[in-house]
Design a protein around this ligand. Structure first.
Ligand SMILES: Cc1cc2nc3c(=O)[nH]c(=O)nc-3n(C[C@H](O)[C@H](O)[C@H](O)COP(=O)(O)OP(=O)(O)OC[C@H]3O[C@@H](n4cnc5c(N)ncnc54)[C@H](O)[C@@H]3O)c2cc1C
Length: 414
């Protein structure tokens, strides 16, 4: 086995597998608490993959604390409101105020951004941190926990290497190889939903078609029995992100570029004509089969392994919280391990105990949104009546538990 990375005391050495949103945030969160971090990413280069992300205040609060927000804000947009609309008539059912109202209410901004812009802001901050070493083209293959810590096996350009540390943070995404160390490999399943994503240049034909049916500075969600579609600005307003979620057979094994849009247009048959026109003009579309894992499965091994982000609990985007939960996981895990770096097992047990109720509630919120957003007949009519009758302040208050939460508070307040 090679020496502990960084050469310092082994209890302050952490290895992170995967440089997605979860892994990059974990590296920053551990470094901020005095750890030396080796961050290994399987891909030889970090590419600009993905599309838009909504970053609610529970996530931006943590990003601000880690020094990431200053670089992200110029590329992001702070929308004025979330609008819920009926896709068949385009009638507005509800408006949740965001912008300065979100900052006042939840103590941090509600932002929408391109995933690549978030990744760039995280990477820029990682590059400035002398306690983080990012190694690309290095896949973490295995981990062995023993009395003095953990031995991580890597494949770096075909050469096998071993690294010692106190904790391995597995942030290796929905298809996590490292999760198999802790739980059965069948933990991840296709949900029956596909997300269709397109990025529209501002002022282009599709964007102009959308302009008449939603304000450019809002997150607009169009609800229908057969689909829902969300539109919001990204890239400092230079593009609009569209994501439509439809139900049906799995169209591809992983995400697929330039998809044939017939199934999407068929799902939109009941939408108002201007919305159908905008979607027909948009493209190219990428189709993402949506997978979820059972969040009740274990996330940690007491000897020194913790799964975070999609590796632990991949979820549908109905509550727009997958990345936010990854960011919260990273921040809380670092805070708890920093309290007792020589005794990782109790910190990992506490991590699971604190995160599980939150994940249960967030996954439940996603299931509730899925049910109500895709409702039909009398249930949809009841939904519309309730939403129309609810004052904006009540709609915002309903989100306090989610957006107002500070993930590290249980560790930091002791
Ligand atoms: C359609 C859609 C819309 C979404 N919208 C939102 C939203 O609005 N708001 C929100 O908060 N979330 C949203 N999400 C969820 C969010 O995108 C994910 O939850 C989040 O990106 C997961 O990040 P991650 O770092 O856990 O995983 P990933 O981004 O998958 O990163 C995993 C990384 O690990 C690397 N890796 C894999 N195996 C290894 C290995 N063995 N060794 C080293 N590296 C490895 C991979 O190459 C990759 O870079 C959405 C998701 C979808 C599909």
């Amino acid at each position: 086995m090679s020496a502990a990375p960084g050469g310092g005391a082994p209890s302050r050495q952490v290895v992170v597998a995967g440089a997605g949103i979860a892994g990059l945030t974990a590296a920053l969160a551990f470094a901020a608490r005095g750890f030396s971090v080796q961050l290994y990413e399987r891909a030889p280069a970090l590419e600009e993959v993905g599309a838009g992300l909504q970053l609610s205040p529970n996530a931006t609060r943590i990003l601000r604390r880690l020094g990431v927000l200053d670089a992200l804000v110029p590329a992001a947009v702070e929308p004025e409101a979330i609008l819920l609309k009926r896709a068949s008539s385009l009638a507005t059912l509800a408006r949740v105020p965001l912008g300065p109202a979100a900052e006042r209410r939840w103590g941090a901004p509600y932002l929408v951004a391109h995933r690549a812009d978030l990744q760039s802001a995280l990477l820029a901050r990682v590059a400035r941190d002398p306690d983080i070493r990012l190694v690309l083209g290095a896949a973490v293959r295995d981990v062995a926990c023993h009395a003095r810590g953990v031995t991580v096996s890597l494949d770096h350009g075909g050469a096998v290497k071993e690294v010692g540390c106190r904790l391995l943070v597995a942030a290796d995404g929905v298809w996590s190889e490292l999760a198999r160390r802790i739980r059965p490999p069948v933990a991840c399943r296709f949900t029956g939903y596909t997300a269709w994503r397109a990025m529209l240049p501002a002022g282009g034909a599709a964007d102009r078609a959308l302009a008449g049916i939603r304000p450019a500075d809002a997150v607009a969600a169009f609800l229908h029995r057969d689909f829902h579609l969300v539109a919001y600005p990204v890239r400092a307003g230079a593009a609009t992100n569209l994501v439509a979620v439809t139900r049906g057979a799995q169209l591809s094994s992983q995400w697929a570029n330039r998809m044939e849009t017939a199934p999407l247009l068929a799902a939109l048959a009941g939408a108002a004509e201007p919305l159908r026109r905008a979607v027909a003009a948009a493209g190219p579309w990428t189709a993402w089969p949506l997978f979820e894992s059972d969040w009740r499965q274990p996330w940690t091994e007491p000897g020194g392994l913790a799964l975070i982000g999609d590796a632990a609990h991949a979820m549908t985007p109905f509550a727009a919280q997958g990345a936010a939960m990854a960011i919260e996981d990273a921040a809380l895990l670092a805070a708890l391990v920093a309290e007792s770096p020589d005794a990782v097992a109790p910190a990992l047990a506490r991590f699971e105990a604190l995160r599980r109720p939150r994940l249960r509630r967030v996954v439940g919120r996603g299931a509730f949104n899925r049910f109500t957003w895709h409702a039909a007949g009398p249930i949809a009519l009841g939904r519309d009546l309730v939403l129309r009758a609810m004052p904006a302040a009540r709609l915002a208050a309903d989100l306090d538990w989610l957006y107002g939460d500070d993930a590290t508070a249980p560790a930091d307040r002791r």
